[in-house]
Design a protein around this ligand. Structure first.
Ligand code: SF4
Length: 333
């Protein structure tokens, strides 16, 4: 395995043992920061990886040392073969995880328990039904809230992912943290990031420091503490005194955390990406279909990985570069 791990190592010595697989570019919500307003072009089905191609890729990467796989999208639960793919992956020696918007969780709850899928992140940006409708353009708030409760009832405590946007939901930070008072839920605040078509500007990004400031103002400086982040954590984590759950901040914009990056991403159309912000892509689909080796593609992908955030810094002159990247919905977050 050690020898094979060289395929997973980049020029900076980072070992990439965490694979994020996007199962679809489509979604049952229309969050403006994720999907361009005009929607995504409809593409031929053949441009996407089939279920068996996804499973084959996952097995090949697991055999050389990948030990965690997260299914993302779009919305992964709308993919028809979701259960087929997840069942196969759950048999691999990996930690299987899922990021979902929560809408279809009730249809899969028994299945999650059956295959032991307990690492589930739910994306939810507001606790206010009207604001939710404004952000997602669909009226599913109640269903999502009920499904979060359903997961907890079934012993699966999800993490909540909240993208914090100035003048949209920055006034809900404390409301979200209050959810951690009685439940061991983890809330993670994510700085608003630029992707193709999402009209990002630096001033819409509510920063790490501003979030901490809001928390200090409310709870007092001595009433919340840093907790252990774990080796490859993307978030700085905290707990309010005597609260059961915790909260974290993912600060990709103002404080990138790339030293410990162990992520590779596989898009629904079979492209490997070495960074969330990188516009370069490495084609896996063609060699898979031609019956060729895919590990050289992985090696090439990681040899081209930059040290920090695809080499792009949040200076005005670089904003155009960031927008060259895909929209979030077609990367898989
Ligand atoms: S910005 Fe890119 S390199 Fe940095 S942690 Fe995210 S994916 Fe990894």
């Amino acid at each position: 395995l050690e020898h094979k791990q060289e395929y997973l190592t980049d020029n900076f010595g980072r070992v990439h043992n965490y694979l994020r697989i996007s199962l679809t570019e489509h979604c049952n919500l229309r969050c403006f920061y994720c999907m361009p307003e005009e929607g995504l072009a409809i593409r031929n089905k053949e441009t996407y990886l089939t279920a068996s191609e996804i499973i084959k890729t996952a097995k090949a990467l697991t055999a050389i040392g990948v030990n965690k796989i997260r299914l993302t999208g779009g919305e992964p639960l709308i993919r028809k073969e979701f259960t087929e793919i997840a069942t196969e992956l759950s048999r691999l020696p990996i930690e299987l995880a899922l990021t979902t918007n929560g809408i279809l969780v009730h249809k899969h709850i028994e299945f999650f328990k059956e295959i032991g899928l307990t690492n589930i992140n739910i994306s939810l940006d507001s606790l206010d039904p009207n604001k939710n409708l404004l952000i997602t353009k669909r009226d599913y708030f109640k269903q999502i809230r009920d499904n979060i409760a359903l997961l907890i009832e079934n012993g699966i405590v999800p993490k909540l992912n909240v993208v914090v946007m100035r003048n949209i939901n920055d006034n809900e930070i404390i409301d979200f943290i209050e959810l951690t008072k009685l439940s061991s839920i983890d809330v993670r605040f994510i700085e608003f990031m630029p992707f193709n078509g999402n009209k990002w500007t630096l001033d819409k990004c509510f920063s790490f420091d501003e979030i901490i400031h809001a928390v200090e103002n409310h709870y007092g400086r001595n009433h919340f503490k840093t907790i252990d982040d774990g080796p490859n954590s993307t978030s700085k984590n905290f707990r309010v005194k005597d609260y059961k759950g915790s909260f974290g901040i993912i600060s990709s914009i103002t404080k990138p955390f790339c030293e410990g990056c162990n992520r590779i991403r596989l898009t629904a159309d079979g492209k490997l990406k070495n960074c969330l912000f990188s516009s370069s892509e490495f084609d896996m689909l063609t060699p898979l279909r031609e019956g060729k080796e895919i590990l050289p593609v992985l090696k090439n992908c990681l040899k081209n990985k930059k040290e920090v955030r695809a080499g792009i810094l949040p200076k005005d002159k670089n904003i155009e570069l960031l927008e060259l990247n895909r929209s979030m919905i077609s990367i898989g977050g």
